[in-house]
Write a protein that binds this ligand. Sequence first.
Ligand code: NI
Length: 180
Amino acid sequence: MGNPLLRAVAKTVPAEVIRSRSFQQFCDDLLESMFEHDGSGLAAPQVFESVRVVVFSFEGGDPIFLINPVVTPISDETREGYEGCLSVPGLRGKVTRWLDIRVDGLNREGKPFAFEAHGWPARIVQHEVDHLDGVLYVDKAAPGSLAFLPEYRRFGPPIPLPKGHDEDEESDEEGADDEE
Ligand code: NI
């Protein structure tokens, strides 16, 4: 946090660049950084390349690259959940996100693709795509919800999640150790 590139609006990647060797190498490097830091997602600005590229992995599944992604909510429902970020190490905070989204973008081969995501995967995608617009989750975190990770682990969330969010709490616990 604090590097101006994390606050910039990242540049759209021209389609003709995607298949180039240097861009493919960049994708490999981004993925390696994500694994190195044990993250569930990583956006290019986090490795100080201001381009619209993110990679993420749902529950240890195959990594998915998204180039020039666009997120559209497909329901009015939102959920609160705790997030962390590799660019803001050692903190957790509560953020409200869309529960159901559609994602459009280009894949690593430069082909357009789209998918729907719900719950935790939808949260990861929204967190990563925010990075492309210079937005960090701490900007959106509920006042009073930030906690240092050791304390978060010891005491739990500073503001308990509302009742009726059991399903999300479960997935949040699972993801709350990851940084994105
Ligand atoms: Ni992040």
